[in-house]
Design a binder for this molecule. Sequence first.
Ligand SMILES: [Zn+2]
Length: 118
Amino acid sequence: MKFKSAKINAFRTWGLLLTLLGMGLMILGTAGIVFWGSAGKVIAAVGLVIGLVAMMASLAIYFWAGMLSTSAVQLECPECRKLTKMLGKTDRCMFCHTILTRDPQLATVTAEQLERTE
Ligand SMILES: [Zn+2]
């Protein structure tokens, strides 16, 4: 799966998705007790455990993204003139999704070529 967005934004998207998934499973699991009685308890337990794991994973991703963004390089996007952050040698602008690079050798590479090497 490939995201056409800045890496930090991709992390945030995954974190949010996992949080929603975790909450959804926990709600579904609790609803299982209401609808199926004692038989739903097993579904509830499984739902709660998976939901909790998903929430923990999302927390870890958020934490990791936070750590990464502190080491990210802040620069002005040459395309939209907004202040953006980039990770590694190549990343996309958070606002206009233009590919940015700090490596002079990659500066002439087109977007299609970069996608292939990634
Ligand atoms: Zn930009």
